[in-house]
Design a protein around this ligand. Structure first.
Ligand code: SAH
Length: 349
């Protein structure tokens, strides 16, 4: 923004003024930005446009979760989800149209991939939600990059959007309340450590390579032995930071006592929180959710080994707004669906 104003022959502080109008006050009309000169306001109106994403669907779950389908260019659409809790409100944002990875338990993966979201399309989800929720007196206190897409494969735009989220001139969220979730793109994790210190969640889902290769295929490229040091490095020397490990609970696949014990050994020495996610089914999915008793027992083994372990409450599943259920509307450029249909149906995992 400073570069943009410099090109117009304006002082750098104009950037902060405009960012405050747009992101703090939700004012999108340059004529109303009264601390800018009339001439600059006129120039901005001529050159720029501030537009919120357009809503295609606005769905409310019985539990208060809200899911919006937002229109992008060219017929693509993404999903953004708001999850209210008594003392906080979490917005789950998308970073890509579809996803290029092929995690076998995720419905976004079945949609294929079209493109990265721009910085505007990412931060636009937050700006939009803040306005929409203000009408009912709700606030966004946390943001998680856990919607559609792999954030670290859209590195620059995700980092720029995250920095606006934590910027006091924009949303001023604490960096502990902005979480980037990744399936483990190892080189990007090292770059991320240089670029930001927001919170990190890692989709581990399995305690060994053999199983993780099947669930999170990017593991074949970046196996666990490379992933863990990259995560450790992200924490730096700050004793207050932790990695959140996400672990989807798939009945009979990765949910046995032995898996829990293996996981406990694997993470020894890394400041960790473990978040168990009951599997959310979707049409055509080949897994079942572990039983509540199984999940409880799995959690107990980890807790006894000294790990803070929580189980994610399933929210918004009646509107397909839960983890792994977001599909948006993706004009697939990978022909993934076509390739899938050519293959014989997978014979279980
Ligand atoms: N690509 C990033 C961001 C997605 S975050 C990542 O992999 O971390 C969404 C979280 O929900 C991830 O941990 C993902 O593995 C998990 N998830 C995907 N499909 C799911 C499903 N069907 N049920 C429960 N969790 C799922």
């Amino acid at each position: 923004m400073e570069g943009f104003f410099a090109e117009l022959g304006e002082k750098p502080f104009r950037a902060v003024q405009v960012i405050k109008w747009i992101h703090q006050r939700g004012v999108y009309d340059f004529d109303a930005m009264t601390d800018l000169s009339k001439a600059l306001r006129a120039k901005l109106s001529e050159l720029c446009e501030v537009r919120l994403p357009e809503v295609i669907f606005d769905q409310r779950s019985a539990d208060g979760t809200r899911k919006w389908l937002l229109r992008l260019d060219g017929g693509n659409a993404i999903e953004t989800v708001f999850i209210p809790e008594p003392n906080r409100g979490t917005l789950c944002v998308s970073s890509q149209v579809g996803c290029a990875l092929e995690c076998s338990f995720c419905s976004t993966a079945t949609q294929g991939f079209n493109r990265n979201l721009t910085i505007a399309e990412i931060i636009g989800q937050l700006r939009f939600a803040v306005s929409a929720l203000a009408e009912e007196g709700r606030k966004v206190t946390n943001v998680v990059f856990m919607g559609m897409g792999e954030p670290l494969l859209n590195f620059n735009n995700v980092v720029a959007a995250a920095s606006l989220m934590v910027d006091d001139h924009a949303y001023g969220l604490s960096k502990r309340r902005v979480t980037i979730s990744t399936s483990g793109v190892v080189p990007a994790l090292y770059r991320l450590a240089e670029a930001t210190d927001v919170s990190l969640a890692v989709s581990l889902h399995a305690p060994n390579d053999e199983l993780r290769d099947q669930l999170v295929p990017i593991n074949k490229k970046y196996p666990i032995a490379e992933l863990l040091p990259a995560c450790r490095n992200y924490l730096g020397n700050n004793p207050h930071r932790r990695i959140t490990w996400e672990y989807v609970m798939l009945d009979g696949v990765n949910d046995q006592d032995e898996h829990a014990r293996q996981l406990a050994r694997l993470l020894a020495g890394i400041p960790s929180k473990i978040n168990l996610i009951p599997f959310n089914p979707f049409p055509g999915s080949r897994y079942r959710r572990s039983s509540p008793e199984r999940i409880q027992r799995f959690a107990r083994i980890l807790q006894q080994a000294g790990y803070v372990t929580t189980t994610r409450r399933t929210r918004g599943d009646d509107i397909d707004g839960a983890c792994g259920q977001l599909v948006g509307k993706v004009h697939d450029r990978t022909r993934r669906r076509f390739r899938r249909e050519q293959q014989a149906p997978a014979a279980g995992v």
